[in-house]
Design a protein around this ligand. Structure first.
Ligand SMILES: Nc1nc2c(c(=O)[nH]1)N[C@H]1C(S)=C(S)[C@@H](COP(=O)(O)OP(=O)(O)OC[C@H]3O[C@@H](n4cnc5c(N)ncnc54)[C@H](O)[C@@H]3O)O[C@H]1N2
Ligand code: MOO
Length: 403
């Protein structure tokens, strides 16, 4: 069977994938980083009154002339209950954020006055122009105005704006549910080892972390043994729980015990493609059952993480309403060999460039797909295209960020 180029596989995977439309309402404190489901109008005007930008004296600009002596008729403080009147030819002591009395059209900063304590008055030292140091009503936003657009990712600033606009709950897109199933008779959970032949199902943890870092929520289906029935029962659970994406790990290759493809098919999953011209990750498969997308990752730890980065990450981000993280341009940090018949995603480290140019990408020494110690040390995947000529240090290259 011929192998599908990873670019074509990714295009097929993303075709027709869009942000899921379920929503949920969250308290502001839990909404950071989530995607706003609908345009957000301001429930109030801010500032709700003409407000002073400085500590000083509110007055009529015509009175704010150097040398004048003005009686202090009252005080306006932020949160103060009553706004004092401003009699003709007088001033009001005012603090930053406090409402400016209606008759005042300027605020003279206190540094430009001399306080005549005994007379409860000030002498104007430097004149002020009209409209100085006054933040007008609605200068930030007016009631009914759109504060944030649907599809906006809620940054710290957006959360503060929503709070200021009077919202204490936000309606956001629900996170896509990603069911994760590890397959293999040899697998046990961390802490569950009882014999030397067992292997800890570490991939499920790595994939779960990747899912949570990319806008998804995990439905952990645990581990199933290498039988069609056991795998089928777990797939039923994903269906029952309405998972948006089912990710299986292992059992994707060609051995007699590689049961994932037939198990998926036995539950009505239609496979779209299987086997990719990439290294690691050749046995990767994808299909769907109704709205549920199904990704079969190979079991080797680096193969599972690489295929999750190349395929699951963009699919999930698309379904979560997040921007994709495309390949980026870098420079090779050292010579690399010729590309093979499969595109290779080499585990690599990014080095800071000397001249502020693109990052230097240094492939790590050992690339076997079973090595988690190497995968964990990497922060990038260097792409070596099919049949690429040998690469020289400083040649252009492409890479995926892993962080
Ligand atoms: N004759 C062939 N053999 C293999 C081929 C092939 O084309 N012809 N492909 C190889 C490639 S490439 C890969 S990758 C592996 C992947 O095969 P599977 O997806 O069937 O993976 P398993 O056999 O189930 O497991 C492989 C390896 O990974 C360990 N594993 C599995 N699941 C987990 C997990 N959740 N956490 C940690 N480790 C896991 C498992 O114990 C095995 O050591 O097939 C090659 N063979
Ligand atoms: O492609 Mo496998 O994923 O080489 O180890």
């Amino acid at each position: 069977m011929s192998l599908l180029p990873f670019e074509a596989a990714l295009e097929r995977l993303l075709a027709g994938a869009s942000a899921i439309q379920r929503t949920e309402s969250l308290p502001l404190r839990q909404a950071s980083g989530r995607i706003l489901a609908a345009d957000l109008p301001a429930l109030r005007t801010h500032p709700p009154f003409n407000s002073s930008a400085m500590d000083g004296y509110a007055l009529r600009a015509e009175d704010a002339k150097a040398g004048k002596i003005l009686q202090i008729a009252g005080v306006s403080a932020a949160g103060g209950a009553q706004l004092p009147e401003l009699p003709q030819g007088q001033c009001i002591r005012i603090f930053t954020g406090a409402p400016v009395p209606q008759a005042a059209d300027t605020v003279l900063i206190q540094e430009n006055t001399e306080l005549l304590q005994e007379q409860n008055a000030i002498r104007v030292v430097a004149s002020a122009e009209p409209n100085q140091n006054i933040r007008p009503t609605g200068g930030d936003f007016a009631k009914g105005q759109r504060l944030l657009m649907a599809g906006n990712r809620l940054s710290a600033g957006a959360i503060a704006l929503a709070a200021s606009g009077g919202h204490d709950q936000l309606t956001v897109l629900a996170k896509p549910v990603v069911a994760i199933l590890a397959t293999g008779d040899e697998l046990v959970q961390p802490g569950g080892i009882t014999s030397a032949s067992q292997i800890i199902a570490s991939n499920s943890y790595g994939i779960a972390a990747l899912v949570e870092a990319n806008g998804g929520t995990v439905l952990d289906l645990g581990i199933c043994g290498d039988t069609l029935e056991a795998a089928g029962d777990k797939i039923d659970l994903a269906i029952l729980n309405k998972a948006d994406i089912l990710v299986t790990i292992g059992g994707a290759s060609v051995g007699d015990r590689d049961l994932v493809a037939p198990a998926l098919q036995s539950r009505g999953v239609v496979l779209d493609f299987w086997k990719i011209a990439m290294r690691p990750g050749k046995p990767f498969m994808a299909g769907s059952r109704g709205a549920m997308r199904c990704l079969g990752l190979p079991g080797n730890p680096a193969s599972a993480m690489v295929t999750a980065t190349v395929f699951l990450r963009p699919l999930l981000r698309r379904m979560a309403g997040l921007p994709l993280q495309p390949l980026q341009a870098g420079k090779l940090a050292k010579d690399v060999g010729q590309g093979g018949l499969r595109a290779e995603f080499m585990r690599a480290r990014l080095l800071e460039p000397q001249d502020g140019g693109p990052p230097l990408v240094e492939p790590l020494a050992r690339q076997d797909s079973s090595l988690l110690s190497i995968y964990a040390a990497a922060n990038a995947l260097l792409l070596r295209p099919v049949n690429a000529p040998p690469g020289k240090a400083d040649d252009n290259c492409l890479f995926f960020h892993l962080d």
